[in-house]
Design a protein around this ligand. Structure first.
Ligand code: SF4
Ligand code: SF4
Length: 363
């Protein structure tokens, strides 16, 4: 395989190690050894030794959520997610991506998103149209929320309106490149999509990304892959926390008890864990659940839901078990993926809310 020397070292270090097997949300959901980092690296070591064809590991590669729980857990500092990203690129370059990945790539080409959707709900369209004028701040909804979490994206716009800030929402919002980077890694096509977006984003001083996955590519991949963007990118959660601190959102503390479902893109990839707690503690009491902050557990990924919905359902159900075991009353999400999958599996007796919903309620 044409992968980096570092990835080869990771494969050789992980293939006989069991230390992070217990924290993989996919492995825990499926109960299958093949889903943890060690087994995936063992399979790749066979490809490296030409005992297995690359195509034989393709499904296994796409079963990894790239959530970095294993990377965070690794006391010796190895990063199996780096390997997964490089092997995705290798599969794409060799034309060996699985059929379901090809379908999603076709959808991106035809419709601009992996879901192949073209219609945005009327309410979001109308809310966005009110902010078509150019300002210094661009609010990026992102493909996931635009096509799957319309009501929440509209509420996020309402919250920014309540803060009295001037912001722009683009009718033809460019693709941040998150979907391409998840599917084929650092391919030239991914970088081209990112560069196009960065050119548009650079016309603003600040870009606020509603979706943690989009924030992660803007704040990490753009830098790592030399995609020039002059605007300052901020996560929606951090931006809302700032609006509260600056007194632009006058929240009143109530008696409700909130628990954060930390997005792994924010907590691990960007090491951002406190803004959600600042927001929730301004609105009520904060209680923590098992596996919080950088130890958070994935609660769902909508791209993976396109090709392994049963596993995504179990991943969300597992996270609900964590929440129930800690007597959570209101679970609060930062990510549209996690909101949608948790919402579809929500047990009785616990509420599910988004950050914007919590703040709108406590104004
Ligand atoms: S990431 Fe670290 S803990 Fe996990 S299998 Fe590799 S070496 Fe072991
Ligand atoms: S990145 Fe997440 S899903 Fe992938 S092997 Fe590591 S813990 Fe499992």
């Amino acid at each position: 395989m044409l992968i980096s020397q570092k990835s080869k070292e990771i494969i050789d270090s992980c293939r006989f190690c069991w230390m992070c097997r217990h924290i993989c949300p996919i492995g825990n959901a499926t109960g299958q050894e093949r889903n943890n980092a060690r087994a995936r690296m063992l399979a790749l070591s066979l490809v490296e030794r030409e005992a297995e064809p690359l195509s034989g590991v393709a499904d296994n590669i796409y079963e990894c959520a790239m959530c970095e729980a294993c990377t965070k857990e690794c006391v010796t500092g190895w990063d199996p997610v780096k390997v997964v990203g490089e092997v995705k690129l290798e599969l794409a370059l060799n034309g060996e991506t699985p059929e379901y990945v090809n379908t999603m790539l076709d959808n991106i080409e035809k419709s601009g998103n992996v879901y192949g959707k073209t219609a945005i709900c009327d309410a979001l369209k109308a809310a966005a149209e009110k902010h078509s004028a150019k300002t210094d701040t661009l609010f990026v909804i992102g493909k996931t929320a635009m096509y799957n979490s319309c009501t929440n994206a509209k509420r996020a716009i309402e919250l920014l309106e309540a803060a009295g800030v001037e912001f722009t929402v683009l009718a033809d919002e460019p693709d941040t490149g998150y979907e391409m980077s998840f599917l084929v890694g650092a391919a030239q096509e991914t970088k081209d999509v990112m560069s196009k977006a960065a050119e548009v984003f650079s016309q603003y001083k600040t870009v606020v990304a509603y979706d943690p996955a989009d924030a992660k590519v803007m704040l990490r991949e753009y830098k790592e892959w030399d995609v020039g963007m002059t605007a300052q990118a901020k996560t929606f959660t951090a931006y809302v926390a700032e609006l509260i601190k600056d007194g632009k959102l006058n929240v009143k503390k109530g008696a409700k008890k909130y628990t954060a479902q930390d997005s792994h893109w924010l907590a691990r990839s960007l090491e951002e864990t406190e803004p959600i707690r600042e927001i929730l503690s301004a609105c009520g009491e904060v209680s923590e659940m098992l596996l919080n902050r950088r130890d958070t557990m994935l609660a769902g990924n909508l791209i993976m839901n396109e090709y392994m919905p049963d596993v995504m359902k179990r991943v969300a159900e597992d996270r609900w078990i964590n929440a129930k075991n800690m007597d959570t009353e209101i679970l609060v999400t930062e990510s549209p993926d996690e909101y949608e999958l948790l919402s579809a599996t929500k047990p009785e007796g616990i509420e599910l809310m988004t950050v914007e919903e919590v703040v709108l309620q406590c104004l």
